[in-house]
Design a protein around this ligand. Structure first.
Ligand code: ANZ
Ligand code: ZN
Length: 827
């Protein structure tokens, strides 16, 4: 069987679309807009199937809405800074810039070869000075507003490479490159004050009905709002008080020890001179080399050491031993806790290990009152015991009463805490946006003024195999003059986390060539918010959080009217092969390039949209790809065979004349399919069911055609073919365009209006069916004329009136006379 020449057809139309600019969109307040956005890729080298899926989904949405009369913004660009370029430079001696742009060129060509309907005039790359100039500008505006600050913070440090490592470069506690054990080092680094927006980031989630609940939950957990109290415990033999954050002030009478994070600021002072000081210090060093995830893992054996010091419980006056413990983190709350082993699992495990008493202060009916006999902590609610004047109160009530007592005593206050930390954006890396800050002996820390931006990332750099940023040693970069006093000064050599770049790219797309501002407000106000954002669930937390934060900040700076960037969010499922995510290490990768070469872009797109609903994982299937390819060939043959005789035929309703039953059946199928596709694509984004409706329709058209030419109504047949082609246009844009022209059209099918279905044609002729039980009429059914015997029987048995007479008896026989009656025989 001859197959269509997908290569020729697809590249032909790609060229035509490119030259005619049919996917360009301009701001036009008179038109209703739709901003359709897919997460831009990192230019790693070539597209993978995850990209193809993401962008195919977005392309259907864009094409469908364009055909429905929306002014659709559908842009594409590159998240182009980041570590892989630098690693490639070190390994292969290719400059990161060259590596990155070569990859971009290759991947752009791949995207074009897939026929996605992007407005390529709006392409942005975050590594381009025209873009990062504005990333730097936003940074300096934030600096002015106090939303950016510098602070000492812990980083992963490889003592051998003498370099900072990103978390992903630490493999089981060792340097990815040289295997040396990674340690922690305190460095002064730059932060965005995202915690200032914690409440808003949380509250606004309520205003996002178009986001999956799952993603909102992940964001809520990441922000991690907890209500509790800060309580100060005076340290014995010191002027200081140890502050703790607790969500359970009701348990304060059950505190039997305290724990400080080993990195807590006062640890040094507390332990100096302790009899076992050396042992304590070696414990601190050991803990410092572990990452937070390991340290706080639930099932992990907790480690600690007694400091020899005590504090005083401000409610009881008791002396309480102070420990250092790995399960308390320096970065949360106050970096210290009051431990209540009877009512907290981690504290319980720790207390048992170090033989610390366990004191119950909350009991349930029949629950343990004696800490020594407990086998696990009791974390629920109950009545207070061992708590002086609060004894007997329900613990929920004691919570507030004790918090109040603490406030009245002046030893603490109620407090809301967030898990969310300020956003550390300093990277001791080369391939990123230079942080636009200058240090001057006279003026101090000086942001680079707007007219001196961008601070260019130098290109004449040498890469060290150690991975140390070449900027640090590049005198021509480091040495500069102070923008304020003109004196000698040095530049900041840190670059920004690439999440900064991707936190505002969707705004730049609104006005990508602007040289006087990151974007014009009116352009952003026209296009924003993004009506449909599509991307992977792996970005559900950080990217989306940072993008929301940036949008709020830019809103507050008066640059845009929207506060929330993404109205509707779709997180597409993964592409699996043999049940596992496609990955190089598993060796189960299918290369999109090869699929396109063998079957064409339309087949690749159709398969990937047909194989699963967008949110579900998709199992790759070679047979499925073959099936999609066969289907497109079948459509192609059908149209090529019929087009010559139909090209000149009219297809409007006036031309239908007298319709035969077969004509009416075909029209019914055409219009019910159209209705189905319209609803599935437009409302539910269920592309797989839409495609399967078109596949069935094509079978129907074949059957109609096979009746022979005498029985065919050219107007009906032409309508069927043209609507099929139109419905396929968002899914298989090239072949649809080709066949549309075969049908005699001179203009693009992608500029057609999405057709409206003929409600009248979808109506089925109906008949009333008499339903009897043992020959007596019990009910009636209204069904389509052509309902088959089996369905009739089933429908009859489902009738409540029939069930009444059948219940308790057994059905011996169901007699059906299609179009007339059903008789259920029971006995
Ligand atoms: C006493 C207590 C008794 C606690 C009890 C819990 C149960 P979230 O919900 O995460 O805010 N905590 C506080 N700071 C900590 C830190 N830096 N590292 C590790 N744990 C820390 O949880 C707050 C609770 O986690 C606090 O309440 C504290 O333990 C612990 F029956 O204080 B609780
Ligand atoms: Zn100066």
């Amino acid at each position: 069987m001859a197959v269509y020449d997908h290569e020729t057809i697809e590249t032909k139309w790609q060229k035509v679309w490119d030259e005619s600019g049919i996917y360009h969109s301009d701001e036009d307040p008179a038109k209703k807009k739709f901003y359709s956005l897919e997460m831009f890729p990192y230019p790693s080298g070539r597209l993978h199937m995850g990209h193809v899926r993401n962008y195919s989904i977005g392309d259907v949405v864009s094409r469908y809405l364009r055909m429905n009369g929306w002014n659709v913004l559908h842009p594409m660009g590159w998240d182009a800074f980041g570590l892989p370029a630098e690693n490639a430079a070190i390994q292969n001696r290719i400059p990161p810039k060259q590596w990155t742009w070569e990859n971009i060129d290759y991947m752009r060509a791949q995207l074009k070869r897939l026929g996605f309907s992007y407005d390529w005039r709006r392409e942005v790359a975050t590594c381009h000075p025209d873009y990062y100039r504005w990333t730097q500008w936003i940074f300096t505006r934030c600096y002015e507003k106090g939303l950016v600050y510098k602070k000492r913070s812990w980083v992963n440090w490889c003592p051998n490479c003498q370099t900072v490592l990103a978390n992903e470069q630490v493999v089981q506690g060792a340097c990815e490159r040289c295997d040396t054990t990674v340690t922690k080092k305190a460095l002064a680094q730059w932060f965005f004050r995202i915690t200032e927006y914690a409440d808003r980031l949380l509250d606004n989630l309520e205003k996002l009905p178009g986001w999956p609940e799952r993603v909102k939950t992940m964001q809520r957990n990441w922000i991690g709002r907890s209500e509790g109290a800060q309580i100060r415990f005076p340290i014995k033999g010191s002027q200081r008080s140890l502050a703790v954050f607790t969500t359970r002030p009701d348990t304060i009478f059950g505190v039997t020890y305290m724990v400080m994070a080993p990195e807590h600021d006062w640890v040094d002072e507390l332990i100096t001179g302790a009899p076992n000081e050396a042992e304590i210090r070696s414990f601190i060093d050991r803990v410092a080399s572990q990452d937070e995830i390991t340290r706080t893992a639930e099932d992990r054996d907790k480690e600690g050491i007694f400091t020899g010091r005590y504090c005083i419980n401000p409610m009881t006056g008791e002396e309480i031993p102070i420990y250092l413990g790995d399960y308390v983190l320096a970065g949360y709350g106050t970096g210290a806790i009051m431990a209540v082993p009877a009512h907290d699992e981690r504290d319980f495990a720790f207390a048992r290990k170090y033989e610390i008493p366990v004191r119950v202060v909350i009991v349930q009916e029949g629950g343990a009152r004696d800490g020594a006999s407990m086998t696990e902590a009791y974390t629920g609610e109950g009545r207070m015991i061992n708590s002086n004047e609060f004894d007997g109160l329900p613990s929920e009530e004691a919570w507030g009463r004790i918090a109040q007592a603490i406030e009245e005593k002046g030893v603490g206050q109620r407090e809301v805490n967030f898990r969310l930390r300020d956003w550390l954006i300093s990277r001791q890396r080369y391939w990123g946006v230079p942080i636009p800050i200058v240090y001057c002996d006279t003026c101090g820390t000086v942001p680079v003024p707007a007219d001196k931006l961008p601070v260019h990332l130098p290109e004449d750099v040498e890469f060290m195999p150690s991975g140390r940023s070449p900027l640090v040693d590049l005198e021509s970069f480091v040495k500069t003059t102070c923008p304020q006093c003109g004196g000698a000064a040095t530049r900041e050599t840190d670059t920004m986390d690439t999440f900064v770049d991707s936190s505002w790219y969707f705004l730049r797309y609104c006005d990508p060539q602007n040289t006087g501002a990151p974007f014009a407000k009116e352009n952003a106000d026209y296009w924003m918010g993004v009506d449909q954002y599509i991307g992977g669930i792996e970005h559900a937390i950080l990217h989306l959080m940072y993008a929301r934060f940036f949008t709020m900040v830019l809103h507050d700076l008066g640059l845009t009217s929207v506060e929330e960037p993404f109205e509707n969010l779709l997180t597409q499922g993964m592409v699996l092969k043999d049940g596992a995510k496609m990955s190089k290490s598993k060796g189960n990768v299918v290369d999109p390039g090869q699929i396109i070469e063998k079957y064409g872009a339309d087949t690749a797109r159709l398969f990937i949209l047909f194989a699963a609903p967008p949110e579900r994982d998709l199992e790759w299937s070679d047979a499925g790809v073959e099936g999609s390819y066969r289907f497109l060939n079948r459509v192609n043959r059908l149209v090529l065979e019929l087009a010559p005789q139909l090209r000149e035929a009219a297809s409007d309703s006036n031309a239908f004349g007298e319709l035969s039953e077969a004509d009416r059946n075909l029209r019914r199928q055409v219009h019910t399919s159209l209705k189905r596709v319209t609803e599935d694509v437009g409302r539910r984004m269920q592309f797989n069911t839409a495609i399967s409706a078109v596949m069935e329709l094509v079978n129907g058209i074949y059957a109609y055609k096979d009746q022979g030419e005498e029985a065919q109504n050219p107007a009906v047949l032409k309508e069927a073919l043209e609507l099929t082609i139109t419905m396929l246009a968002p899914f298989a844009p090239h072949l649809s365009e080709e066949l549309w022209h075969e049908m005699g059209h001179q203009t693009s099918v992608h500029l057609e209006s999405w057709p409206t279905y003929d409600e009248g044609a979808t109506v089925v002729d109906e008949v009333a069916i008499v339903v009897q039980v043992n020959g007596k009429v019990r009910d009636r059914l209204t069904v389509a004329v052509d309902t088959d015997e089996e369905s009739l029987g089933r429908l009859a048995l489902e009738l409540p009136r029939v069930q009444e007479f059948v219940s308790g008896k057994s059905v011996r026989k169901v007699i059906t006379v299609p179009g007339r009656l059903v008789n259920v025989v029971v006995g």
